[in-house]
Ligand binder design. Structure first.
Ligand code: FES
Length: 195
């Protein structure tokens, strides 16, 4: 199964289909007999599907002959793993010290309102996933938000819709950020803004 990519080269979350479970089987077989095989199997499964569905977790547990609860425990322990579909774009708000003291927390709260999701969640149209980060190396121009690989510096809460608008998804829905904001904006500017 090929992993689909959007225009920005970002992995697009896919609903695992029954046939896709064969992909899980192949991943498991590649790691069978290895000590600590569960983690690399989960990593590769998430890379293949964009997230770890209940169906995939149960299949991995069955193939590795371990309790589903054990696999689920590992998935929930590591923040890297996600059990919800990922959006086409990943928005990461820096909450490192420099960004935090320069309104990073407020930017995060306003992004949650703008997108209608909390940290770790994906918008209903699967356009955006919201995450937090701990320093993107641009502290001097805090607060910083990354969208995919784009670093936006000196982000202002009043400019969040303009910041998100260029990433409007093909399945844009009425009421989504791209639908609500059609104002002109540039990526990588400092007006909400980036490097
Ligand atoms: S603390 Fe946010 S970029 Fe360094």
């Amino acid at each position: 199964m090929e992993q689909t990519k959007d225009h920005a080269g970002v992995s697009e979350a896919r609903e695992p289909e029954s046939d896709d479970l064969l992909v899980v089987d192949r991943i498991v077989e590649r790691h069978r007999g290895e000590q600590g095989a569960l983690i690399p199997v989960l990593q590769k499964a998430q890379q293949a599907f964009g997230y770890l569905s209940t169906e995939v977790i149960e299949r991995i547990a069955a193939r590795l002959e371990m309790p589903v609860s054990q696999v689920t425990g590992v998935v929930t322990f590591y923040s890297y793993f996600t059990t919800t579909p990922r959006g086409e774009n990943t928005v990461r708000v820096c909450l490192g010290t420099a960004c935090y003291v320069r309104s990073g927390k407020q930017v995060l709260e306003d992004l949650e309102k703008t997108l209608g999701v909390s940290v770790g969640e994906t918008t209903a149209d699967r356009c955006f996933s919201l995450e937090i980060g701990r320093c993107f190396g641009a502290c001097g121009l805090a607060p910083v938000v990354m969208v995919n690989d784009d670093v936006h510096q000196r982000v202002k809460s009043t400019k969040l819709r303009e910041l998100l608008e260029p990433y409007g998804c093909s399945n844009d829905v009425d009421g989504g950020p791209a639908a609500q904001s059609r104002g002109s904006t540039e990526r990588n500017s400092t007006s909400g803004g980036s490097a």
